[in-house]
Design a protein around this ligand. Structure first.
Ligand code: SF4
Length: 957
């Protein structure tokens, strides 16, 4: 009898990018047939992109790892010589090694992870283990975006906030190509444009979203803050700012001590009486305004008072003070459109027109919604109003060594226009807004790391002043990546891009074991790829590796796995449980918190095991307190059991998932563990959505009802108003320490000038550090990458369907620039920076600013990597720009410094300068550098013949 195939459809959440759309996986006889969008999912409403529907080719990719592997005795790292081992052997090896390290010096173990969505668990594991050496990919991604915004407005773009395109009239996108928030952003932009909204894109390159903008404004990379400061100059000069909004909701009117001789220079003036009342507050409302009506200083938000925003005032004790707004105006005075035009390449008239359009749209097209709400000072409002200008920005602004101040400037511009958490402007997503800075703090010194003990403090946190730095008595770093040290004080996402170099050099110390999850640190996730690969393989005089033990957990064979001593095969997103948790990066929308899950739709391939299960198993074997009962027994059966039963504090009712809590699933956000929680998510499209009352959906920094609700549900710790920091006293405290003022810790002498310079309480423009260290006559061009629409970072650049869109990359060059260098379209050329050079093909493009060259990110591969044929176009024609970028810059007598933002440690990927020239006629038409061909590992599937398409001549077809 003919076999009737079984058909099934299972819902889960996509992970072909970080956008997290709902998907339906169609199965025949248990095998994936195709994937489409889930129409009932709140994020994508049935829409699926090319990446999402290509998930089937990730699932069946021959690059998949299928069993734990150990480097063969005597084989060199990088050679890819492995033997299969059992999971028991792998766990025994790890538990023994990590157990010994934990009992002696836990910081000898470092755990760094890539673009995963499980930082609540990986961070918990690191803290419980007791190592400070943990971070995810944020430091080399967009930490400047998070830190610059959160230290200014208490929230940020992407998971934690975004443009309200339903009501906006003018939308300005800056430094964004194809975004993380892919499908939702596309849906929103298409509706916005159909509704008649105007969309301006500011970017050196016109691709992705910029290609459908009404106006493209090309800009030179790394100069965005010059543009933003000049727009602020114009908005202030023309009086186009929202005065009422600034007075009430920002620190614009607060008086700053401007007596240079005074020890409190640069700090806000405070009322002693109000300070007494404010005892125990997180951000006491004890600062002063100069009241226009009574012409005297009053405590801020005194009823009926109305502060001056401009002027200079003398207090009774003789102290002179200026409102923060005046200091901002003083700062931007010199930042005229003409000044910015010289730096950005944007004509001064265009800058003026942009400023005018933003200011007038915000002022004249005001929105009013009939929603009553009460502010933090008890004032009742009949409606919510908004100024319909919105922005979106991402790595194009962030990945520069001047990015933190650029993003501060953007957040200040958005605030001047009165667009924070208001209709038509920027809106927060839970768990944000949070106090400035958020409450979690890193540990304060080496004593936080103790043998056999959890870490005393959060592995990653938000320093509020110099006493929150994680430094030793001499002011030296405690972490291997030097995050939270005086070199990078606000490195709130860690600095993964320096871990290998620092560990190799033993600066600040050597480590024993480095565990990397889902990050290709021997290829596209690292700067200076050639040398980093050598470091991974480098040995001490006694023959030991400089980094003695390397563990790599990944679902795929990659350039990085080749260097591992132990390879742990991870599952795909279709094979495991996952949570997009409120404790981490949920999928919340503007109207309230949303979290979601993944539920396996197929069993793991071979012996693959989810990395979460690896951590639960290791946590149990190592008897880490959070994973162990008081009797010393294993607490959680597996990861799903952990998700249901773990509470942040015993009895708190707060866990990884916010939906269907309480014994029968009757509670939300807080409640006892529910044994059937996973089933309830499964029945509800894998999503929990808590819609806030309308009166809690806006003005959340200062919305009494929302803040109290948020505090009750432990989303935030304090219900105090979160005033926008136009002027940052937090930054000023670091500057004051560098100037030898105040009683907090002081930076080491060699770093005092650096801290004093970059911890400016107001944004300022400076040439990116690498540009300052480059001869721009020799290397005149900026070089950047963009993420293609069809691939998320490097993910799925091996995917059989998506390779049909990009199997190799080209260097896009303005024809004017190329012709001046004697380069024809599609010529083979050299691109050279002061750090290295690559050979690749040039492609003429009018869609690029003439001083910039660019390429798609991470298409190039090492030969044989990802189980592609060694002749694949990815390795013969594709190339990595990473070879041209250094992870360090010369640092003078004290040795090299990280090629990063001096405030946050953000990797400065986009600061590199290059020159281009034609390759010699006798040179091979192959990309350079090339690397030894990688071999398939034991347990990897044979490549189907069709996988060999898109290979250079001579390759197998
Ligand atoms: S946008 Fe991202 S999450 Fe959504 S379908 Fe595409 S790949 Fe999947």
């Amino acid at each position: 009898m003919a076999h009737t195939p079984s058909q099934e459809v299972k819902n889960t959440t996509c992970y072909m990018c970080a956008c997290r759309c709902g998907i339906r996986v169609h199965l025949r006889d248990g095998e994936v047939r195709y994937i489409d969008g889930n129409p009932d999912h709140p994020i994508n409403k049935g829409v699926i992109c090319a990446k999402g529907s290509s998930g089937i080719m990730k699932q069946y990719s021959p690059a998949r790892l299928t069993q734990p592997l150990r480097r063969k005795q005597g084989a060199e790292r990088g050679a890819g010589e492995f033997e299969p081992i059992s999971w028991d052997e792998a766990f025994d090896t790890l538990a023994e090694r990590l157990g010994k390290i934990r009992e002696t010096d836990p910081k000898q173990f470092a755990l760094f992870t890539g673009r995963d969505q499980m930082q609540a668990l990986t961070g918990l594991f690191a803290k419980q283990y007791g190592t400070p050496n943990y971070a995810a990919h944020g430091g080399f991604c967009s930490v400047n975006m998070a830190a610059g915004m959160i230290y200014t407005i208490g929230g940020s773009f992407w998971e934690f906030g975004g443009p309200d395109l339903d009501r906006s009239k003018l939308f300005v996108m800056i430094g964004t190509a194809e975004d993380h928030h892919s499908n939702p952003m596309k849906i929103a932009i298409s509706k916005f444009k159909r509704d008649g909204g105007r969309f301006i894109s500011i970017n050196p390159v016109r691709t992705g979203y910029s290609a459908i903008a009404d106006e493209w404004v090309p800009i030179r990379p790394g100069t965005d803050s010059a543009l933003l400061l000049a727009i602020i100059h114009e908005i202030m000069a023309k009086g186009l700012y929202d005065r009422d909004f600034l007075v009430r909701y920002s620190n614009a009117g607060q008086l700053v001590n401007v007596d240079e001789a005074n020890d409190d220079f640069g700090m806000f003036l405070r009322s002693e009486a109000a300070a007494d009342e404010a005892e125990g507050c997180y951000d006491p409302q004890d600062k002063l305004w100069w009241d226009r009506k009574s012409d005297r200083p009053v405590v801020t938000h005194t009823p009926e008072a109305d502060p001056y925003l401009l002027g200079e005032f003398r207090l009774q004790d003789g102290t002179t003070a200026k409102p923060a707004f005046q200091l901002l105006q003083d700062r931007v005075e010199e930042y005229t459109p003409e000044w910015a035009a010289r730096i950005t390449g944007i004509p001064a008239d265009t800058i003026r027109r942009l400023a005018h359009e933003m200011g007038v749209t915000a002022r004249d097209q005001r929105i009013e919604l009939p929603i009553a709400w009460t502010d933090s000072w008890g004032v009742e409002h009949d409606s919510v109003t908004g100024n319909p200008v919105s922005f979106h920005a991402m790595r194009g602004l962030a990945a520069h060594s001047n990015g933190f101040h650029t993003i501060r400037a953007l957040a200040i511009l958005m605030s001047l226009l009165g667009t924070i958490d208001r209709p038509g402007g920027f809106r927060h997503k839970a768990p944000f807004p949070r106090p400035i800075p958020p409450c979690a703090r890193p540990p304060k010194g080496p004593e936080a790391v103790q043998p056999g003990q959890p870490l005393d403090g959060m592995v990653l946190g938000w320093p509020a002043d110099p006493d929150d730095l994680f430094v030793d008595e001499q002011g030296g770093p405690v972490r291997i990546d030097k995050a939270f040290s005086w070199e990078y004080p606000l490195a709130v996402h860690g600095m993964m891009h320096n871990v290998i170099t620092n560990a190799w050099r033993g600066d600040p110390y050597k480590i024993d074991t480095l565990m990397i999850f889902m990050a290709n640190m021997a290829w596209n996730s690292t700067m200076n790829t050639v040398d980093v690969r050598k470091m991974l393989n480098d040995k001490e005089e006694n023959g030991e590796y400089k980094i003695p033990f390397l563990v790599v957990a990944d679902a795929f064979q990659s350039e990085m796995t080749a260097f591992a001593d132990l390879v742990l095969p991870d599952t795909t997103y279709l094979e495991r449980h996952d949570v997009m948790s409120m404790l981490d990066r949920p999928i919340s929308e503007y109207d309230g918190p949303i979290d979601s899950v993944r539920i396996p739709v197929v069993p793991p391939k071979g012996e693959c095991k989810p990395f979460q299960e690896v951590l639960i198993e290791l946590g149990s074997r190592l008897k880490l307190p959070a994973f162990t009962t008081p009797e010393g027994k294993r607490k959680f059966r597996d990861y799903p059991d952990f998700v249901v039963n773990y509470e942040t504090e015993p009895g708190s009712g707060i866990g990884f998932l916010a939906g269907w809590r309480g014994k029968g699933g009757e509670k939300s956000l807080r409640g006892e563990p529910n044994p059937n929680q996973w089933e309830m998510y499964a029945k509800n499209n894998c999503v929990f959505h808590y819609e806030l009352p309308k009166s809690y959906q806006y003005m959340r920094n200062w919305n009494k009802g929302y803040l109290e609700w948020s505090q009750r549900n432990r989303i935030t710790r304090y219900a105090e108003p979160i005033l926008i920091h136009l002027y940052s006293e937090v930054l000023m405290k670091f500057r004051a320490a560098a100037q030898g003022k105040g009683s907090s810790r002081r930076p080491p002498a060699h770093l005092a000038e650096r801290v004093e310079t970059y911890f400016d309480p107001l944004p300022f423009y400076y040439d990116p550090l690498e540009c300052q260290a480059t001869d721009k006559h020799t290397y005149p061009l900026a070089a950047v990458t963009q993420r293609p629409m069809a691939m998320y970072h490097s993910w799925d650049s091996q995917n059989a369907w998506l390779r049909q869109i990009h199997a190799h990359n080209l260097l896009f060059v303005s024809p004017r620039t190329a012709k001046a260098a004697g380069i024809e379209d599609e010529d083979w050329i050299w691109v050279e920076s002061q750090w290295g050079k690559v050979r690749c093909m040039a492609k003429y493009s009018e869609a690029v600013e003439p001083g910039t060259v660019w390429t798609w990110n991470a298409i190039g591969k090492a030969a044989g990597a990802w189980n592609l044929t060694p002749q694949a176009n990815e390795s013969r024609k594709g190339f990595l720009l990473n070879h041209l970028i250094s992870e360090e810059l010369p640092g003078g007598a004290q040795g090299p410094i990280s090629n990063s933002d001096p405030v946050t440690g953000q990797a400065a990927w986009y600061d590199v300068r290059v020159r281009i020239y034609k390759a010699g006629a006798d040179e091979p038409e192959v990309t350079s550098p090339q690397f030894d061909t990688m071999k398939p590992y034991p347990g990897q599937a044979k490549r189907p013949r069709i996988w060999n398409f898109f290979a250079a001549k001579g390759g197998k077809k």
